[in-house]
Design a protein around this ligand. Structure first.
Ligand SMILES: NC(=O)c1ccc[n+]([C@@H]2O[C@H](COP(=O)([O-])OP(=O)(O)OC[C@H]3O[C@@H](n4cnc5c(N)ncnc54)[C@H](OP(=O)(O)O)[C@@H]3O)[C@@H](O)[C@H]2O)c1
Length: 303
């Protein structure tokens, strides 16, 4: 039974909505809001308490792009959690391509490196008991509708995955949507590798699907933001994307649906919304255990 959950990036968008929906489950005793900004976290906590009428939310100060913050968050956590939702992420801010102390790009640090250390540290401290859920994206298998190509690697070696971590794989691009897909692809591979390493836990990669009403595109360049948001609006009218309630519901499916298999990446079967399915049926590289292990090892180089 899941009673305690930690959600990263829980002060906005999908993370906050997921916190609200999870709170409605009668067995839930505590939801930790893992947030980097204390003021935004306090505001989210207050709003969640008002919306749900429950006082089960607690803030954990956590910046996933800063490994010392990640490690201290694990220490601060006063008890074990049953489920972790690795939701923080997105396009990595204005300086998404800048290298950090570990030598990875900001967009990689936010979407993957911090979460990989968070998960490993929780396991080491015996503070994660059942499910780890990673926010994937259809961009990991390519999204024709939004002009995002399927990640194309030459060798899928450890070196090539390491080049995704430090950004050298794509060079000095100013478009954050270019590294985003390959990083989410690596995230799904890493989760599958973790599932084999830790069979006592369930590792689910779940894309919330194309979701409007979040701040997800706000740090892109003005023009790119305009293009992406206009495209999303048109797609919402056409029924090809969904609202935040629907996107967050997918996280809950990942947590509570016992039919879902550990190590699998679930996202829209077709396009960016609608029923979910195993993405390895669309992109078979996701099932390649050597690629999964290579992605895992590349991440270890920067920890
Ligand atoms: N929206 C979509 O269509 C879509 C589709 C597929 C996948 N996803 C994935 O779903 C997740 C949530 O997206 P969203 O659309 O809800 O985005 P959002 O509205 O921008 O929310 C992102 C959340 O992550 C937090 N965050 C960012 N960097 C962080 C850091 N370094 N440490 C801690 N928290 C951090 C943000 O906090 P601040 O308020 O402090 O910035 C915010 O709470 C992302 O991983 C995204 O890649 C989204």
């Amino acid at each position: 039974m899941i009673t305690r959950v930690l959600i990263t990036g829980a002060n906005a968008g999908l993370g906050k909505e997921a916190a609200k929906q999870i709170a409605a489950y009668p067995d839930i005793e505590k939801i930790y809001l893992g947030c980097r900004n204390r003021d935004k976290a306090e505001a989210a906590k207050m709003a969640l308490e008002q919306q749900t009428g429950k006082h089960i939310f607690e803030i954990i100060q956590l910046d996933v792009s800063d490994l010392s913050s990640v490690r201290s968050a694990v220490q601060q956590l006063p008890e074990s959690i049953d489920a972790l939702i690795m939701n923080a992420g997105g396009t990595g801010g204005k300086q998404f391509n800048k290298l950090n102390k570990q030598g990875v790009t900001e967009i990689f640090a936010v979407n993957l490196l911090g979460h990989s250390v968070l998960t490993e540290e929780l396991i080491k401290a015996q503070k994660l008991t059942q499910v780890a859920l990673y926010a994937g994206s259809e961009a990991a298998r390519g999204v024709k509708e939004m002009g995002m190509k399927r990640p194309e690697l030459n060798t899928s070696s450890v070196e090539e995955f390491a080049a995704i971590c430090d950004g050298s794989f794509y060079g000095s691009t100013t478009d954050a949507t270019i590294p985003y897909g390959p990083i989410k692809y690596m995230g799904a591979l890493w989760m599958s590798a973790m599932a084999r390493r830790h069979p006592q836990l369930k590792f689910i990669t779940m894309s919330p699907g194309a979701t409007t009403g979040t701040d997800g595109f706000n740090s892109l360049s003005f023009i790119k933001q305009y293009v992406m948001k206009s495209m999303m609006q048109v797609m919402l009218w056409l029924g090809k994307v969904h609202k935040v309630e629907e996107g967050a519901k997918r996280y809950l499916t990942g947590l509570f649906d016992e039919e879902l298999k550990s190590g699998t990446f679930y996202a829209s079967q077709k396009g960016l919304t609608g029923p979910i399915g195993d993405q390895a049926e669309l992109f078979k590289d996701l099932n390649n255990q050597q690629y999964q292990d290579n992605a895992y090892q590349a991440i270890q180089r920067f920890v």
